[in-house]
Every structure is written in structure tokens, then in C-alpha cells.
Design a protein. Structure first.
Lengths: 463, 146
């Protein structure tokens, strides 16, 4: 990420959103809304003095720590390590912006006078040749499945929250601790929460088995606790994955082959996990100090909006649809727009990197080549047949048809560069003057004849 | 009324981006379908002229399917399917006036992600047309002239 931030050919527009996209491959115009940071990016050094000085001590949940810690109204993203490493004011949290009342200690202590509460949002238009959509994924909300007791105990956490516990930059400095600051003695990890579930998402989220194994290993290693994995299948499909699974088993992690069915919070705060051990054919019940839910990867909540902005389709599972699931997994049906990473489907880091590299390569090919190969299936008007009825003009979704003064009363003319070849005009022309190249009337009728000849059912005299 | 050895010949006019993709996926997914449907691919359901369907029946089709992307938002060409949406009901009325039973013509929308729906349509529609028997338009006309 730091490399991307420093590369001379890469311009990072953070705290920005795409508002509008127009144009076509090689010539897109993208309108971007830049939200006000209230911090001058050229002056800010990311020193964090403002964060220390901010008087909003209570703060708001820190989204980088998945809600496990809090941050103030002004902050340097990613717990001080974001790219770019500059402060930003959250206008929904800042006391000055929300209530107009604050001594603004942040401005006082800033060594470079970088804080500027007069900033407003601005719009920028960029011209680009190709677009890569890499908008990522969102977490499944376990609150949708009440059996897991989400929200009823601070020790029922999800996979990403566990990652923050385990991280040296996280709320516990990398120690695995329960909410009362003690090391857990027993931890349960429940697979497939929200995945492979008729009540949530039918699909498998692909990454959870492996990170659940990683978590088990970390709990064992850092807290010395007993770990129980409640699983349906272990999907260890990648390079070194199966070997890691073997290793975790050898470390003494317990594997219970049965879907974690219920988590009950007991009066003393312990958590009772109930499941069926399908290998033994018995119901089991286990009291633990911490439950980690391996939750599903889902499309981002605003996938609808992003899809219509960029002309993307969505698959049945809600992720952005690739042009072909096997042969073109990072192309879309819109020329010049590509998909990278989990926005197309759940995937782990190695797969996301490969996918993104491929999308980037395709995006660069367009720019490097300097010309675009367009489809030959465009439509063309035969001037001699055109009766100037103008029926076709309003039908074209791309406004590719114009009426030109020629041949007496004028004729319709189709712009080949704009024409996408849908054939609607050809179907509608009452005079039959428009030919949809490669899908002409003669060609389609010939296909029909061929079908019936082949099956021996051609009606004689029907030609 | 239906002949035991009769195998309906059905022609499907499918749009490339949605229904044709679904049919392709149904094939890749090895979904069970009877072999009675022959597919003619067009880029957009908006390309489909009513004349194609009439010609299909005339040439020997016992049933015809037209399918494209779901309106309002799915059409790869933005609103080609809106034109289809306008043309097909008129065509249905015309077909009935020509003496072609309404059960022989199916038009609808199947997206590229709905392979299961396509396979189900092929199964259901084939059974439906098999019940109706062969169309044999020419023979009907000839017999009336006698």
C-alpha cells in the first residue's frame, strides 16, 4: 500500500467517491466527489499531536479495530499507519462540526497549522482509458442468526475482530484476551456462520476454514488455551494449506465435525456451545470463555449503487458478475471495466493478488495499445431503402443514429463507433433498410432452415 | 391427441448476454434437459423480429421460446428488452389469430445467473408442447382447403 502511495504514476484520491461514469472504453469520464478532511494534506505530517489533544475522550467505535476500541473525532486512519499517513476529521464525531462547541485544541497543537475547518467538498473529473473495480467485501452480520448470541456477550467475536486481537497494533497489543483482560482457557471456533446456509448465504466463503485454522494455531500459541473447531468440512485447497491443517491437528486442536448450532451466554459469563458431533452421532455441549464466529464474506452493502455506476451485473450471490466464470473471471461485460479481488467473489490473499494483477494487466493493455478492437457486429443503413420514417432514431440506446440530409428527404445514418450491435433498429425498421451485420435477417432465417433440415422436420414449401 | 413417438421441435431465440449465458451455464453444470430445444443466439432480445417467430413456426417448429435480460435494469444494451417487452404481447395476440395455441409460444426473462431456471423452462415447455402435439401448420391449412 505504501508503494502504491509513493509511486509517481499512481495518484491516490482518498476520502473520495465516484459520483458518475460516462463514456466508453478508452475514453471514460469519471466524476469524483472529494469529501472534506478538514486537514490540509500538503501541511499535515501525520504526527498525531491533534489526536492526542482532541478533547472528545469518549470517542466513537474504532472501525479499524472492528469496534473493539474507540477513536476520537480526529484520527490518523488504521491506528496511525494508514496510507496516506495524514489526519482526518470525522464530521459525524467531531464535536466542533457537530455541535459548534469545542475549544479546538487540535488546531492549537498542530505544528504545521494543517487543520482547516473551512474545507468543503469538491468535485473532480478525470479522464481515464480503463477502470478496475476493486471494492472488496463486507462481513456477514451474525445478528441475523439469533442462535449465535451475537451482541449478548463481548466474548462472542467474529473472525476480523479476532484478527485485531491478535495484531500487535490492535486493542490488546496482540494478546488473546477475553473482555476482562484475562487469557481464555477454552476457545470455540465455529465455521460457516452465514455461509452454506439456507437461512443466509448458500455459497461457501472459501477463506474461513484456513483462517479458522490460523486462529486456532494462534490461540494455542499465544494463550495456551484449549481450542475446539466446530466445522462441516475443512476446505484446505491451496498451496501448503493441507499441510497446515495437519500441523494444527498435531498441535492438539480439537475438531468436532458438526455445525455449531447455538451459543448460550451463561450467568457467570461463560459461553455454552451446542452442536452435534456427527462422527460420534451424539449431541455435545461445551462451556468456553470465547467464541469466534467464522462469518461469511458478503458483497458490499452499496453493491447496487456501484453496479449501476459502472454498468456491472451481479451474480445470483450478489457479487459482481464476471464475463465468464472460467475463462474471463476478471473481465466484465462492459469493455474497459475490470474486476479485482473479493468484489467478484470471496477469495483469499494469494487469489486476490493474482486476480488483481490480471485485471491490472488487462487495463494496461488498453492504454498501451492505443486502439481498441471493436465488435464488427454493428448495424448499417441502406440509404436506398431508407424511407425516412425516423422510427429507428429514438430506439437506439446509444444515440448512435442520426438523420442526415441526403438522398432527397434525408436518411438515417449509424455511427459505427457508437453502435454496440444490439440490433433493435434492424428489427424495427419497417422498410428493412437496416442490416445488423453478422445477425442479418438472411443469416437468422438460414439458421432456422438449417435447424429443421438437420432434424428432418423442415416443412416443405415453407421457404 | 399427442403422438407417442412425437418429439417436439422447439426453437429458442436467446439474447447473448443473459439467457444464452444461462443456457451455457446449464450445460456446463450438466443440468438435465431434454434435447428438443434448438437455440438461435441474437445479441439482444431487441433484435428479435416477430417475423422470425412466425417463420420458425412455418418452417416446422412446434414451439418457440423468446428470452432475454430482465427489465428494467439488466439489458446489456440498456433498453433493448423494453422493445421486446412491447413487441411480444402483440405477437402473442397475432399468433392466436393465426390459430397457433398460446401454449406453443413462451416469452420471458432469464438472467445469466439463472441457469437452473433455464433448465426448468426447457423441461416444462418441452412437456407442454409435447402435450399439444405437432403444429403442422401447412397440413392444417391444406386439410381446410379440401
Amino acid at each position: 500500500m505504501m508503494d502504491a502511495g509513493r509511486h509517481p504514476n499512481i495518484k491516490l484520491m482518498t476520502y473520495s467517491e465516484v459520483e458518475e461514469v460516462s463514456g466508453y472504453v478508452g475514453n471514460f469520464r469519471v466524476k469524483v466527489r472529494q469529501k472534506p478532511r478538514y486537514v490540509d494534506m500538503d501541511l499535515c505530517t501525520g504526527c498525531g499531536a491533534c489526536v492526542e489533544a482532541c478533547v472528545f475522550k469518549k470517542g466513537v467505535p474504532n472501525e479499524f479495530d472492528e469496534g473493539l476500541s474507540r477513536r476520537k473525532g480526529i484520527y490518523v486512519p488504521m491506528n496511525g499507519q494508514g496510507v496516506p499517513m495524514k489526519a482526518v476529521v470525522d464530521e459525524d464525531a467531531c464535536l466542533y462540526l457537530k455541535r459548534g462547541k469545542c475549544v479546538q485544541k487540535c488546531q492549537e497543537v498542530c505544528p504545521t497549522q494543517a487543520i482547516d475547518f473551512d474545507q468543503t467538498e469538491s468535485f473532480v473529473e478525470v479522464e481515464v482509458g480503463s477502470i478496475v473495480v476493486a471494492t472488496g467485501f463486507d462481513k456477514f452480520d451474525p445478528g441475523r442468526l439469533s442462535a449465535f448470541g451475537w451482541g449478548k456477550s463481548p466474548n462472542i467475536i467474529d473472525g476480523l475482530q479476532f484478527e485485531r486481537l491478535s495484531s500487535a497494533t490492535g486493542p490488546t497489543g496482540g494478546e488473546i484476551l477475553t473482555s476482562d483482560g484475562k487469557k481464555p482457557q477454552r476457545v470455540a471456533i465455529i465455521h460457516c456462520v452465514g455461509s452454506r446456509d439456507a437461512n443466509a448465504n448458500a455459497y461457501c466463503s472459501r477463506v474461513c476454514c484456513m483462517y479458522a485454522l490460523k486462529h486456532a494455531h494462534l490461540v494455542h500459541d499465544k494463550a495456551g488455551a484449549e481450542v475446539f473447531e466446530f466445522y462441516m468440512d475443512i476446505r484446505a485447497f491451496g498451496k501448503g494449506y493441507e499441510e497446515f491443517y495437519e500441523r494444527v491437528q498435531a498441535e492438539g486442536v480439537y475438531f468436532v465435525r458438526g455445525r455449531g448450532a447455538e451459543v448460550v451466554v451463561l450467568d457467570d459469563g461463560q459461553l455454552r456451545v451446542k452442536a452435534e458431533d456427527t462422527n460420534l452421532g451424539v449431541a455435545v455441549s461445551l462451556d468456553v470463555d470465547m467464541v469466534v464466529l467464522a462469518t461469511a464474506m458478503e458483497p458490499q452493502r452499496d453493491a447496487d449503487r456501484v453496479a449501476s455506476l459502472f454498468g456491472l451485473s451481479r451474480s445470483a450471490d450478489g457479487f459482481f458478475q464476471e464475463a465468464h466464470p472460467k475463462l474471463r473471471p476478471f473481465h466484465t461485460n462492459t469493455d474497459g471495466v475490470f474486476l479485482a479481488g473479493a468484489c467478484q467473489s470471496p477469495k483469499d490473499v494469494p487469489d486476490a493478488v493474482a486476480h488483481a494483477n490480471a485485471a491490472a494487466a488487462e487495463a494496461l493493455v488498453i492504454l498501451d495499445r492505443g486502439e481498441v478492437t471493436i465488435s464488427p457486429t454493428t448495424a448499417v443503413v441502406d440509404e436506398n431503402l431508407c424511407s425516412a420514417c425516423k422510427t429507428c432514431l429514438s430506439l437506439c440506446p446509444y444515440s448512435a443514429i442520426s438523420f442526415v440530409a441526403r438522398n432527397g428527404s434525408g436518411v438515417a445514418e449509424i455511427n459505427e463507433a457508437l453502435c454496440k450491435g444490439c440490433g433493435t433498429c434492424a428489427a424495427a425498421c419497417p422498410a428493412g433498410a437496416i442490416t445488423a451485420r453478422h445477425f442479418s435477417d438472411q443469416q437468422i432465417l438460414a439458421e432456422l432452415e438449417g435447424l429443421f433440415r438437420a432434424s428432418g422436420t423442415l416443412v416443405p414449401g415453407s421457404g | 391427441m399427442s403422438d407417442n413417438s412425437f418429439e417436439p421441435r422447439i426453437v429458442g431465440f436467446l439474447c447473448n448476454w443473459c439467457t444464452y449465458t444461462a443456457a451455457d451455464s446449464a450445460g456446463v453444470g450438466r443440468m438435465e434437459q431434454p434435447p428438443n430445444v434448438d437455440i438461435i443466439r441474437v445479441m439482444c432480445s431487441g433484435r428479435i423480429e416477430p417475423a422470425f417467430i412466425l417463420k420458425a413456426f412455418a418452417r416446422g417448429a412446434d414451439g418457440v421460446i423468446v428470452s432475454g435480460c430482465h427489465p428494467p435494469g439488466d439489458c446489456h444494451y440498456s433498453d433493448g428488452n423494453f422493445k421486446t417487452f412491447r413487441r411480444m404481447p402483440l405477437l402473442e395476440a397475432l399468433l392466436q389469430q393465426c390459430g397457433i395455441e398460446s401454449g406453443r409460444f413462451h416469452w420471458g426473462w432469464i438472467s445469466g445467473a439463472e441457469a437452473v431456471k433455464w433448465a426448468q423452462l426447457v423441461r416444462d415447455f418441452t412437456a407442454q408442447v409435447r402435450e399439444l402435439g405437432p403444429l403442422n401448420w401447412q397440413r392444417e391449412l391444406d386439410s381446410k382447403e379440401e
